[in-house]
Design a protein around this ligand. Sequence first.
Ligand code: CMP
Length: 834
Amino acid sequence: MPEIAVTILGITGLLALVSLLPPVANRLNLPFSVLLALAGCALGIVVFFGQNLPMTGLLGDFVVALRGFEISPEALLYIFLPTLLFEAALMIDVRRLMDDVAPILLLAVVAVVVCTLVVGFALSAFADVGLIACLLLGAIVATTDPVAVVGIFRDLGAPRRLSILVEGESLFNDAAAIALSVLLTAMLLGTRSADAVGTTIAFLKNFVGGGIAGYVAARGAFALFPFLRGLRFAEITLTVAMAYLVYVVAERYLHVSGVVAVVIAGLVTGWHGRIRVTPTTWDSLVDMWAQLAFWASSLIFLLAAMLVPRLLTDATWDDALLLAILVPAALVARALVLYGLLPLLSVSRVAARVSNSYKLVILWGGLRGAVSLALALAVSENTSLPGNVRHFVAVLATGFVLFTLLVNGTTLQLLLRLLHLDRLSKVDRAVRDRAIMLSLDAIRQRISAVAESDRIAPAVTARICETFAQRISDVRRTAAADLILSDADLLQIGLITLATREQELHLQRYKERVVSRKSVQVLIARAGWLLDGAKTGGRSGYEAAAQRGFSFTVTFRLALALHRRLGFTRWLAQELADRFERLLIVRMGLQQLLAFNERQLMALLGSAIGEEMTLILGKRVTGIEQGLAALRLQFPEFARTLESRYLERVAAQLEGAEYGDLLADSIISREVHNDLGRQLSARWQDLERRPPLDIELRREQLIARVPLFGALDTQRLHAIARLLRPRLALPGERIIARGARGDSMYFIASGAVEVQIAPTPVRLGSGDFFGEIALVMHQPRNADVVALGYCHLLVLRQRDFERLLAGNPDLRTRIDTVARERLAPPPAASTAAQ
Ligand code: CMP
């Protein structure tokens, strides 16, 4: 048989085996990887010890094919790692990851370093392969496979933030562990010297350089997307090419970490890709990557597990002893991070609080998976390394992975039972029971209606309805017997339901295309905060999350800082427009939630709780209305454009649905339908382009609004214009702090501020100025000044202030007089500058 046929037979035979295993894992309630490892071991026994078995034909050729597999360490790393890492990064919810990126990165990197050191030093006392080889083993076993833990958290309904913590940590610790093990391997090979400082610097350079390479590659790929004209297969192919290209280029040409590059490229793709490609393309892309990763991890598992029987025959009692040290050492290392570092991060409110039982699940569920195996295989196949090191790493890493799979993996369910985590919480049970009762009742009513319209014999109907009544009363009886819920529990149930509903509503709006993907991602993430808040802190948690959701985003603040420091306004305008759109959508959503609460939740939870929730929602509506009113006041034109665009989108959506109905009812032909569809999609293209928000920060325009400058001739105006800097102030922003050193004064071109002086604060509006007293009198600021809404200000710095007044005696007199009037006791109610 030609060699290629043998190889294909081997690979496809393995894939056929892989395809049969998931249902078995489901039935046995075992993690899939555990079963894969077992199957691999069994296969290994057949392949390596079955020389004498009478196998001929297809089966015999298959075994021969497997026996002949020669995989170089490079092939392992280059073929499998990019897929595994890119997919993991792609699937993670980047927005939620970014909320907690600092603790995740810290946890990941520290966890890898701690594991490498603890395992390395623990083993080096007993093994005779040298410290570096022991550290290498530590780095290899530092990666964790989050699938099992995340699956459990999902089943338990644990806060989403916790899963993100585990997933994110595992993603970055893969990257860190691989980068570190590559460095350590280089040291073993003698291509890098073994000094601690040099290694740390090289490690950081590798890490950061890889990150930059990944970012640039992904952004570059998206820059090419317009050339692909929305062709799905081309776009998906480009992502595959990019993932592998960036890996090769980073490793071979840039000499930075390829894995970090792939991870960052995956994250950027997850972030931008969702917005840049159509929802259908995105779904196919995700499916394709999930498929590739499934193949990659399954094959690695099988290939590695197949080596186990052979490794075990080489293994000695010394290896068993070392494994007996490795297992507790790795556990201690992980426990140090979970019980030492994580609480510190939680106390300083950098990371989510994690309950002790969840910590134990994370500790025991820290299974090691495909990445550790791939690295161990790569070392074992690396013939340049000394034989005893290869043996040491391969046997112990593989043994450890198998231990975590076979011991931890199979006892995880038992642990859940011991921690009482296998049962739904009181609140979850109550939610379930109430939902079941509601839907059974709804079904009973619908059945009666169907029976009546279809003229079913009343006796039959009565019998069927009776069974439903019986089931409802059964649920009620068991629910009442086993649950006594406090009002706080009921309120928590209600808020969890509301937050879940809010996520669904946003998703629905996105499917109806009335809200952009970019906005919907933020909205869903924020509804996720509400859900986590309600789950962990009930009412106060929900309200705190709502408050947080209303605050300005990090990107908004960045854009604002850029505007203030360098005068850029485009990004800020974009962020403001995004905020506007999101506030509008949330307000609409809240309206629907209020109705949902009255129609359904009140019946489920009682009217007292229902009213409480109306109040909580009402508070959110008021906050949002205020936010919208402030924006509307300053940008009325844009508000109208947004609202009308929203309605037009709803109309286009309805029109599309209408054409679909007409086609389905054969009232119009397919050609006519296509023609109408073409016209409609042209309109959609228009509607999906949001008009830019003009935040009107042009100097001349603003100066014209300040009457104080009205009397000046054009030449002077020009001179002044050069000295004044436009600035946008946000509602509630403290522009001046009492007691601070004064370095500039402000003219209000539009908007209003409040000067907070006792006994009555003073409001200043368009045309007024403030902040002059500190400059004129050379004294600290004498009051706080706070923006009441969005304000367009013109800032005059102290240096320019002197220059300006030197050439304009009238202006000086005017400003001096106002300053003195304001300082004169008792303070005037309002001092306008005209
Ligand atoms: P300054 O002291 O530099 O900073 C605070 C500013 O508040 C102050 O300048 C004035 O511009 C303004 N301010 C202080 N007192 C009054 C007042 N009584 N009426 C109006 N504005 C005032």
